[in-house]
Design a protein around this ligand. Structure first.
Ligand code: MN3
Length: 237
């Protein structure tokens, strides 16, 4: 069969389009999504009765996932910034293009804060910190009980959504502070050791409006051995 010039051209175009298809698919698959939702280090119901399974599902699978997705989308046109670990991105927030600063503050902050939050809890949590962290908390606040009291009162005082933190300052002092929304202590040069989520989504299903009860109960799931290791790493930086 002899093809007209027009038919040949059409065939070639179709062939070219077909040849391009796999390439386009490959490009889509290669789309860089440098930040990813870490799986929970324990089952969803592992922290009950202190934190209920439904709260954990919504908090991790919906809230945290949304922070990660929005962060990846916002950074898609900024390849050079995508290379940075999330902590470095937050530490250097003021160097970022202004177009993405707010998104990185809110959603990058949300990603980092929640990643630390999941890791700082454990079904076998509770008790008191030992080792260097235990000693430093006692030396700084007078006692572990006094530290807990100050931490809870700071968490209760924070108006609206935010976080209450135990941080290591650039002068290597332990301090309790709060941040609004999803702001990270990294944005002001502090290293977060431990943080509790003061957003209502963290406690409302079980504790309703009683943030004080949530703050009190939360100590039962705090993973002090893991935090002791984290403290050693933060001090070494
Ligand atoms: Mn939260």
């Amino acid at each position: 069969m002899r093809l007209s010039r027009r038919q040949t051209l059409r065939l070639l175009c179709t062939a070219t389009a077909l040849a391009l298809l796999p390439t386009a698919e490959a490009a889509a698959a290669e789309e860089v999504t440098p930040y990813s939702l870490p799986p929970l280090p324990y089952p969803y119901d592992a922290l009950e009765p202190y934190i209920d399974a439904e709260t954990m599902h919504l908090h991790h699978d919906k809230h945290h996932a949304a922070y990660v997705n929005t962060l990846n989308k916002a950074l898609a046109p900024y390849r050079q910034w995508q290379q940075l670990p999330i902590e470095a991105l937050l530490t250097r927030i003021h160097e970022l293009p202004t177009a993405i600063q707010t998104t990185v503050r809110n959603h990058g902050g949300g990603h980092a804060n929640h990643t630390l939050f999941w890791q700082s809890m454990s079904p076998s949590g509770g008790g008191e910190p030992t080792g260097v962290l235990g000693e430093e908390i006692a030396a700084t606040f007078g006692s572990f009980a006094e530290f807990q009291d100050q931490f809870q009162r700071a968490g209760l005082r924070q108006f609206g959504s935010g976080w209450v933190w135990l941080v290591l300052t650039p002068q290597h002092q332990l301090e309790i502070c709060t941040t609004a929304n999803q702001d990270s202590p990294l944005m002001t040069g502090n290293r977060p050791i431990l943080g509790n989520d003061l957003w209502e989504h963290a406690y409302y299903l079980t504790y309703r409006n009683r943030r004080d009860q949530y703050l009190e109960a939360w100590w039962q799931v705090v993973n002090w051995p893991w935090l002791g290791d984290r403290y050693a790493q933060m001090r070494a930086l």
